[in-house]
Design a protein around this ligand. Structure first.
Ligand code: R5P
Length: 317
């Protein structure tokens, strides 16, 4: 690819999403840049770029997924090294933006970690951010540098539309998922239902009401994140009690899959769990019933367009 005002496109990868980064490099038909990442004996991170970055258009791919603090710190250190190596522009490609769930204060004396991470990235020297499905749109506003915020929704819509679920109903498993669910329902030309849940702890909610017709219909739940799968699990109980078809589809952009997630998602009423690869699965790959849609083409095309100074908004349709 041609050099631009920002230099040649260079793609570097942290240790969080090696497969996704390889797919992005393949799509762009460029080799991954060489970078050495090591640990000191006490666990501190050391990084050295093993090729010239001076004046170049550097993209660093790193999801801030589990282990979140390690991956975040690794990203900050890589960006610091690139800045000190005089890279022309540094774009942090963060397929999964960790710490984004705390985007506001819900109670006194709480942090806003989504903002803190934005400040850390900017201070380290990031010039712009490319990310997928932030937990809340306002996180974009936590940055004073450009943010390209991609959505995985078209991937889910394309995949599900091929299944011909004429009897389906798109269900928002909590009020935070309403906008995304409405967009999916519109794309699939299906009705919408919403489950309202009340937060009763840091990781816990309880369902209080389902609004919309679900009886005799095949539910399609859509989330930004599945962490412990508690939200989805409770939503399923409500849907089944309301008489839905016990063949439930569950979609989520970011498969955090912590704690009891795998057990909960193996319930027999779940027909399929559809996620993207913004977070990798442990060795052995995704379990049965989990379908992986790659976010690589979306991210790679956005990188190509950012590098060539072309519109990225075309990717949203
Ligand atoms: C929260 O507001 C998010 O959108 C998800 O609903 C939540 O992170 C899912 O967590 P879990 O899978 O642990 O219920």
């Amino acid at each position: 690819m041609d050099a631009t005002d920002y230099g040649k496109l260079k793609l570097f990868c942290g240790s969080s999403v090696p497969t996704l980064a390889r797919e992005i490099a393949d799509y762009l038909a460029i080799p991954q840049g060489k970078v050495m990442l090591r640990r000191f004996a006490d666990g501190e991170i050391y990084c050295r770029f093993e090729e010239n970055a001076r004046g170049e258009d550097a993209f660093v791919v790193q999801s801030t997924c589990h282990p979140v603090n390690e991956h975040l710190m690794e990203l900050l250190i890589m960006v610091d090294a690139l800045r000190r190596a005089s890279a022309g522009r540094i774009t942090a490609v963060i397929p999964y933006y960790g710490y984004g769930r705390k985007d506001k204060k819900d109670a006194p004396r709480e942090p806003i970690t989504g903002r803190l991470v934005a400040d850390l990235l900017t201070t380290a020297g990031v010039s712009r951010v490319l990310t997928v499905d932030l937990h809340a749109g306002q996180i974009e506003g936590f940055f004073t540098i450009p943010v390209d915020h991609l959505r995985a929704l078209p991937l889910f819509a394309d995949y599900l539309s091929r299944k011909g679920l004429a009897n389906g109903v798109v269900v928002a498993p909590d009020d935070g998922a309403v906008r995304r669910s409405k967009q999916l329902a519109d794309r699939l030309d299906l009705p919408l239902a919403v489950i309202f849940q009340r937060r009763v702890g840091t990781d816990a909610k309880e369902p209080i009401q389902v609004v919309g017709e679900v009886q005799g219909r095949t539910p399609i739940l859509i989330e930004d994140i599945i962490d412990t799968a508690g939200t989805v699990d409770r939503a399923m109980d409500v849907l089944l009690a309301a008489g839905c078809v016990p063949e439930i589809y569950v979609c989520a952009t970011h498969p955090v899959f912590a704690g009891p997630a795998f057990d909960r998602l193996s319930r027999p009423e779940i027909r399929e769990v559809i996620v993207t690869n913004t977070i990798p699965f442990p060795a052995g790959g995704p379990p049965a019933k989990v379908t992986l849609l790659s976010a690589a083409p979306l991210l790679a095309e956005a990188i190509r367009r950012i590098h060539l100074n072309q519109s990225v908004s075309l990717l949203f349709v």
